[in-house]
Design a protein around this ligand. Structure first.
Ligand SMILES: C[S@@+](CC[C@H](N)C(=O)[O-])C[C@H]1O[C@@H](n2cnc3c(N)ncnc32)[C@H](O)[C@@H]1O
Ligand SMILES: [Zn+2]
Length: 227
């Protein structure tokens, strides 16, 4: 980990006990010994995000962050050690009046952010102008033998279930990115051309996935579709 200085952007990902999935897009700025920031909570199946403010301190190389929603308070405790999911921070989120501590992954993602996609639901877009060949996103998460509509295939019967931004990458038939494999076998998305800020990060699911776990009629901007 780098030192805890400078503005930091994160994506948080957690699942509630009832299975509902939430994603927090967090921006944190150093304020002396403390941190302040703002967040957007994206709830699967709901188009309007919830906004909240954040205050916090860094502790033992991690963070303790207080999330203030309308009339509701949550505390997020994050450590820098995440050997199981290889994300930058792993923590737990505790809600006031709710003893359940939810597993929570925060990834630093300098190259992409989440935006509503003109193709489908939420998508990932480039934060800044990038050159052709730039690595946009490493697909992080547990590797297993289950293929899902979100997973990335790494080998025969091996699939990464993304815990962060990788969860939101849409398919396109003429995609902006392609999959490359890092030396440790982890997939990453690399720009196939120069990209402008706000351009969607997409790849061709058919290039790696074989039969898709969830079929859909492609709504990408291409004239001819592969799926
Ligand atoms: C990994 S998710 C992508 C994130 C998704 N947009 C979301 O908001 O959760 C994959 C699913 O998104 C939808 N999807 C992805 N690319 C699409 C496309 N080109 N056309 C239509 N639906 C697409 C399909 O339902 C697919 O199973
Ligand atoms: Zn298409």
């Amino acid at each position: 980990m780098n030192g805890l200085s400078g503005v930091r952007y994160f994506l948080g990902f957690f699942a509630a006990p009832d299975g509902a999935r939430f994603f927090d897009r967090v921006r944190l700025s150093p304020a002396g010994e403390a941190w302040t920031g703002e967040g957007l909570r994206l709830i699967s199946g709901r188009s309007e995000p919830e906004r909240y403010s954040i205050t916090g301190v860094s502790r033992d190389g991690g963070f303790v962050l207080d999330l203030a929603h309308d009339g509701c308070h949550e505390r997020l405790t994050l450590s820098a050690e995440t050997p199981d999911v290889e994300a930058c921070f792993l923590g737990s989120l505790v809600r006031t009046g709710d003893d359940t501590a939810l597993a929570y992954v925060l990834e630093e993602a300098p190259a992409v952010r989440l935006d509503p996609s003109p193709t489908h639901g939420w998508g990932t877009v480039a934060v800044a102008t990038v050159a052709k060949g730039s690595e946009m996103l490493v697909i992080r998460g547990p590797i297993g033998d289950t293929q899902t509509p979100y997973s990335f295939r790494t080998a025969d019967d091996r699939h990464v279930e993304p815990t962060g931004y990788g969860h939101f990458v849409n398919h396109a038939c003429e995609p902006s990115c392609e999959i490359v494999y890092r030396p440790d076998g982890r997939p990453a998305l690399r720009a196939r051309r120069a990209l402008e800020p706000g351009e969607e990060i997409t790849f061709d699911y058919t290039a790696t996935e074989g039969e898709l776990a969830g079929s859909f009629a492609c709504l990408c901007p291409a004239e001819r579709h592969k799926v």
